[in-house]
Unconditional design. Structure first.
Lengths: 132, 418
């Protein structure tokens, strides 16, 4: 995969102009997680009403892949039910990103999803699919 | 020397010849020649080391110190010869002061578990520095927590040097041990270990030096340093992964209880209890990594053949070139002190671009660097950054590769419009 593929225009766009960036006041669900290997951190705030995500914001530091994944994921889940979000998996995030990644960068790409699941399941550390 | 010249000519590395010994350097990455600049993490292995491993398993493989047959004698001889080579390289008084381990981390954990649990008690103080690798920080945190001891840190200043202005206060009280890296893995700072060891000894503490970077890059004379413990890894100095050593002063080793229990480390085992083998075997329970210990000996001989002065000079020249080249790029921040006070490590950030992204662009140029916190989260927190990109050099690196690194960082800025 070439550099142009890895940093497709919309990945650069999402990482440099992240959607839904920020925090919510009094969110029903708020979760933070980090990637201990590289120090990336993400916080996700969700406004949930009747089991549906009405609003979502994220903040944090990370590389372009992790920021783009977080940004795309927030767009994806807005309006979805928590049950629907629980079914979002690794491949869905990769499909959003539209790229293939090796095991190291995969952790970057999945940090936002991991944080989201930590929040929804209320687990301290949600294991991703590979580790389950 | 003929002619009686007063000054010996400086030995220089013949890098072109050296590169022929490293088959992996011929690899192409995304169609470009590999520029391997992640030598702080691990180094590549010369053909001499690879052949030594193969030859051992082809011809002499047998367990050591046990059998009386010829091959067992051969493997024992080679294994103990490797211990002798390590002792010579470090200028230890005796091979008995060298314990083979899996590497720096195991060596430090051996000291914290064996010496530490015996000698550190409630209210005692252990001193480390803010720039330590997690492997020279976490074992002391575990020990302090278990024993009710206190852990103090020598702070790092903004230039990446240790701030020794309050050292007297830090070393005041029941200080049992100082743990310090000779050369910092994250930013390359060469610490004034001579002074630290002298002052720690004056305060009644023993000193453990993390030599993971200094033994491969600077060479180390444990008698001149007068350190009590020195830990290092083979894989950072041309040897395989999974082998390293602990140097410890003989009287300390004699007094320390075993770390692992098992075969080889005993003198006599009865159902009611056991007595211990002599040093260093007391600390080498179970079947050791014989083949890789022998390979470590070959790697050290390779470095001795190059000359550690020449290795250090070569590192320094590449470092100056990298500091100048990267430093001239707008938006690049380099961490750590200037060249004479640092080894061949340059860690930097590029404004507006995450370290992972810099490293990913460099990867596509065939350049291997590390991105992350390099197992020094407290140090990165001190600098107010989550991650940095680190380029680090060794005997086979070329000035052209530094040029490629600099060009690659400029390209990253283009990709990200930064």
């Amino acid at each position: 995969m070439s550099l142009d593929d890895l940093y497709r225009q919309d990945i650069l766009d999402h990482s440099q102009n992240p959607r839904n960036f920020g925090t919510l006041e009094h969110p029903e669900i708020s979760a933070e997680d980090s990637n201990p290997l590289c120090g990336d951190k993400i916080r996700m705030d969700l406004r949930v009403k009747d089991g549906t995500i009405e609003d979502v914001k994220f903040t944090g530091v990370g590389c372009s892949i992790s920021r783009a994944a977080a940004s795309m994921l927030t767009e994806e889940i807005k309006g979805k039910t928590l049950e629907e979000v629980k079914r979002i998996g690794r491949d869905d995030v990769l499909e959003l990103l539209g790229i293939e990644l090796g095991p190291v960068r995969l952790k970057c790409a999945l940090l936002a999803l991991k944080t989201l699941k930590v929040g929804i399941y209320g687990l301290q550390s949600w294991k991703d699919e590979e580790e389950e | 020397m003929r002619g009686g010249a007063a000054v010996a000519p400086e030995r220089r590395l013949d890098v072109a010849a050296i590169r022929k010994d490293f088959p992996i350097l011929a690899r192409e990455i995304y169609g470009k020649r590999l520029a391997y600049l992640d030598n702080t993490a691990t180094t590549q292995k010369p053909i001499q080391v690879l052949r030594a491993i193969e030859e051992f398993y082809r011809t002499s493989n047998a367990n050591v110190h046990r059998g009386v047959y010829l091959m067992a004698e051969e493997s024992t001889e080679k294994y103990e010869a490797a211990r002798g080579i390590v002792a010579r390289f470090l200028n230890a008084r005796s091979p008995k002061e060298i314990v083979f381990t899996r590497g720096t981390t195991e060596s430090i954990n051996l000291v914290s578990n064996s010496w530490g649990r015996k000698n550190v008690g409630p209210g005692d103080v252990i001193v480390a520095t803010e720039m330590e690798h997690h492997s020279n920080m976490v074992p002391w945190q575990l020990l302090a927590e278990e024993k009710g001891a206190t852990l103090r840190y020598i702070p790092v200043d903004g230039s990446g040097r240790l701030d020794l202005s309050n050292l007297d206060a830090i070393l005041d009280g029941p200080v049992k041990l100082l743990a310090v890296a000779h050369m910092a893995n994250a930013i390359g700072t060469i610490n004034p270990v001579d002074e630290l060891i002298r002052r720690a000894h004056a305060a009644g503490a023993v000193v453990l030096v993390d030599g993971a970077q200094s033994v491969p890059h600077l060479g180390t004379d444990v008698r001149a340093l007068d350190c009590d413990f020195l830990a290092f890894s083979g894989h950072k100095m041309l040897a395989p992964t999974g082998i390293g050593a602990l140097y410890a002063k003989r009287d300390l080793l004699e007094a320390m209880p075993p770390f692992f229990g098992g075969g080889e480390m005993i003198r006599e085992v009865k159902l009611s209890g056991s007595t211990w083998n002599e040093i260093p075997f007391k600390f080498e329970a179970g079947t050791m990594n014989i083949g890789d210990a022998i390979a470590l000996g070959v790697a050290i001989e390779y470095l001795e053949g190059l000359g550690m002065d020449a290795v250090r000079r070569h590192d320094a020249e590449l470092t100056v070139q990298a500091l100048e080249g990267l430093g001239a790029i707008p938006g690049v921040t380099i961490y750590g002190p200037p060249a004479p006070e640092r080894g061949g490590i340059v860690s930097f950030t590029v404004e507006g671009i995450h370290a992972h992204d810099v490293a990913a662009v460099l990867d596509r140029e065939g350049i291997a660097v590390r991105a992350g916190h390099h197992c020094t989260m407290p140090l990165h927190a001190k600098f107010g950054i989550a991650a940095s990109t680190r380029a680090s050099f060794y005997v086979y690196n070329l000035p052209e590769e530094i040029d490629r690194l600099v060009a690659g960082v400029r390209k990253a800025k283009q990709v990200f419009n930064s």
